[in-house]
Write a protein that binds this ligand. Structure first.
Ligand code: SF4
Length: 626
């Protein structure tokens, strides 16, 4: 068995050495966020300051990263989050992961704090810590322009340097967005990493690989979700669907849809601004939007950014959203937490609690505020610490739209209650992806499953959380899982009979899904239509892997992150939703989210085998060999 090659970089000691991954850890955790969580769990003492030198950054890849598997150039960054105090993991589709592997490495464990700004150069099997004093202060685009385009890069902007708690890291134009990874890099005086080389990426069974990836590529291209919808509209195509389903946040989640939302829809973006679509390395889906700003070709905004910089602040003009998105990327700011913090500041102004010069339905001052947040200057400097801390200072705790300190993505969970359960239980805070993304079934896909019912949602959430963890830790984009929806359901009118029947069947089979979520190893087969990733991992690693093993990898990844959080004092009392979401009813609702969440959580804990405090039981730990 070829073990992954990890290197340890001590920035304080200016030292680089090999970091040993045991055979057992590799077999249990495989790669990506899972193996990173294991390293953090083993190495970090509880309750450290995330911005202190002792925090670690683990930047690593999955077995499929850079192998040419479709949509599998993804890499991961994990650490302890300065925004939430919980585990942070951020997945990115930039070129850095592939180039890191081509340089001869699968992962980096970075510790300590450099005495002055540095960057790390990783070329053809060698690693050097280099002086970055001349590069400190550059934005993410300027830094990357400094180096040859053939290298993969990962860099922070001024926001990371100033330790904005939701600063991100950027690779190319792709963000490792959430949880403040950029602030951790800034605290270490680490401006960026540059990687390149021509080393081969190991594939155990090369004879099967070419044919298999061709088959997988073809399947993604032919599927209406990944071959047509995402390339045509990108994630911006979710705006109209969310609005129709009363999931699109308006005015800091005070309302759930808006008449004018069509003006910021994916369709409007496509007709008025789209130059072309593009994508991460080896991706046939190509969901990325390319648009022009002042004649310059740049990445367009994703659904999350559009919703939160659009209806959620009362703005229905795409042009400023495109500009703010680009501005945030250059400064190195997570657009979800940034826009969420701005919306909360607007609500504080609306309620007369504090005036940051930001008002709903008024875009004036936002661009300046974004700059000021990144540089922590002026009245908006306080927004650099996120909504939770703002609420601690100015009140309106129930209107601070965050869970465990992380701002919600652009889906109001009151009409997608499965996602509500996901937000409450995701390990990094209110993350739609870590939460299992049930809004995909409840709102976005052609399957018709009521977003209001709690029935079956706990089982589906566990199943999807574990599955998506597995997809992610392998190195693949989560959108590759969209093909799980049968193609024949696409292209029909919403709520057509067939979609209703399929939705009903899914809910009726929830006892079976629950059983399988608890006993995944019974899935002793590989099914291309369900998870093509399984056979791909088998071919690349040379290990026999069933669908059950695959989901078990995801379950173990989810559980070790939960254990990390438990050790930090995060428990069942933190598996909640913002007061506004819990208490206020919206259109068409009869039961408060609070009651729904309580019911779903009870079943969720049972399926996950958590105790009343939300801790993994001994039985679960034994089962997972943890
Ligand atoms: S689907 Fe989009 S985000 Fe995923 S790998 Fe492709 S281009 Fe990147």
């Amino acid at each position: 068995m070829i073990l992954p090659r990890y290197m340890e970089i001590d920035l304080a000691a200016d030292k680089v050495q090999s970091y040993s991954i045991s055979q057992n850890d590799y077999q249990m955790f495989l790669g990506g966020k899972s193996l990173a969580a294991k390293i953090l769990y083993d190495e970090l003492p509880a309750n450290i300051n995330p911005l202190a030198a002792e925090n670690l950054l683990v930047i690593n890849t999955g077995p499929l990263t850079g192998t040419g598997a479709p949509s599998s150039s993804r890499f991961n960054i994990s650490s302890k989050s300065p925004l939430t105090g919980a585990i942070a993991s951020s997945n990115c589709g930039g070129t850095f992961g592939t180039r890191l592997r081509r340089a001869g490495f699968d992962g980096l464990v970075i510790r300590g704090q450099a005495p002055h700004p540095v960057y790390i150069e990783i070329l053809d099997g060698g690693i050097l810590i280099k002086d970055a004093r001349d590069l400190w202060g550059l934005d993410t685009e300027e830094f990357q322009n400094h180096f040859n385009k053939k290298y993969g890069q990962l860099v922070i902007g001024p926001a990371g340097e100033n330790m904005v708690l939701y600063a991100c890291a950027i690779s190319g134009e792709r963000a490792a967005g959430r949880c403040g990874i950029g602030a951790v890099m800034g605290s270490k005086n680490l401006k960026g990493l540059v990687a390149g080389g021509d080393m081969p990426i190991p594939i155990a069974d090369k004879s099967r690989w070419r044919e298999y990836t061709a088959r997988w590529m073809k399947a993604l291209k032919q599927h209406p979700g990944t071959g047509q919808d995402l390339p045509r509209l990108g994630t911006a195509g979710f705006v109209n669907k969310s609005n129709r389903s009363k999931v699109l946040p308006v005015h800091n989640f005070q309302a759930v849809n808006a008449e004018e939302s069509y003006k910021i829809s994916g369709e409007t973006l496509a007709s008025d601004y789209l130059e072309r679509n593009s994508g991460c390395l080896s991706c046939p889906i190509r969901c990325e939007r390319r648009v022009k700003i002042d004649g310059k070709d740049v990445k367009g905004p994703e659904y999350e950014t559009i919703g939160l910089f659009g209806s959620n602040i009362g703005n229905y003009d795409l042009k400023p959203i495109i500009n703010w998105n680009h501005q945030a990327d250059r400064l190195g700011l997570d657009t979800i937490s940034l826009a969420g913090s701005i919306a909360f500041a607007m609500e504080l102004q609306q309620k007369g609690k504090k005036d940051f010069g930001l008002k709903f339905d008024n875009i004036e001052g936002i661009s300046t505020a974004i700059d000021d947040i990144a540089y922590r200057r002026g009245v908006c400097a306080e927004l650099a610490d996120g909504t939770k801390r703002l609420a601690e200072k100015y009140g309106e705790k129930d209107s601070a739209i965050q869970v465990k300190g992380l701002e919600l993505a652009s889906y109001d969970p009151r009409h997608t209650v499965g996602l509500g359960l996901g937000y409450a239980t995701a390990n990094r805070g209110a993350c739609h992806l870590g939460g299992g993304f049930l809004s995909f079934l409840e709102v976005l896909s052609p399957v018709t499953i009521s977003g209001l019912t709690t029935s079956g949602k706990a089982a589906l959430t566990v199943f999807f959380q574990n599955s998506m963890e597995a997809v992610s830790l392998g190195g693949s984009c989560l959108f590759t899982a969209f093909t799980v929806i049968p193609p024949f359901l696409f292209g029909r009118k919403k709520d057509n009979l067939l979609s209703k029947i399929v939705g009903r069947l899914i809910l009726l089979s929830s006892p079976m899904i629950k059983f399988l979520a608890m006993h995944p190893l019974l899935l002793r087969f590989k099914l291309f239509a369900l998870f093509p990733h399984v056979e791909a991992l088998e071919i690349v690693t040379g290990r026999k892997i069933t669908t059950g093993d695959f989901i078990r990898y995801g379950e173990r990844a989810f559980t070790i992150e939960r254990m990390f959080n438990n050790r930090e004092g995060i428990s069942a009392t933190d598996d909640i939703l913002p007061g506004r979401i819990m208490e206020e009813l919206t259109v068409g609702q009869k039961i408060k989210m609070q009651d729904k969440l309580t019911a779903m959580l009870e079943e969720y804990y049972f399926i996950r085998r958590y105790d009343q405090q939300g801790r993994p039981s001994k039985k679960l730990l034994n089962k997972l060999n943890l």
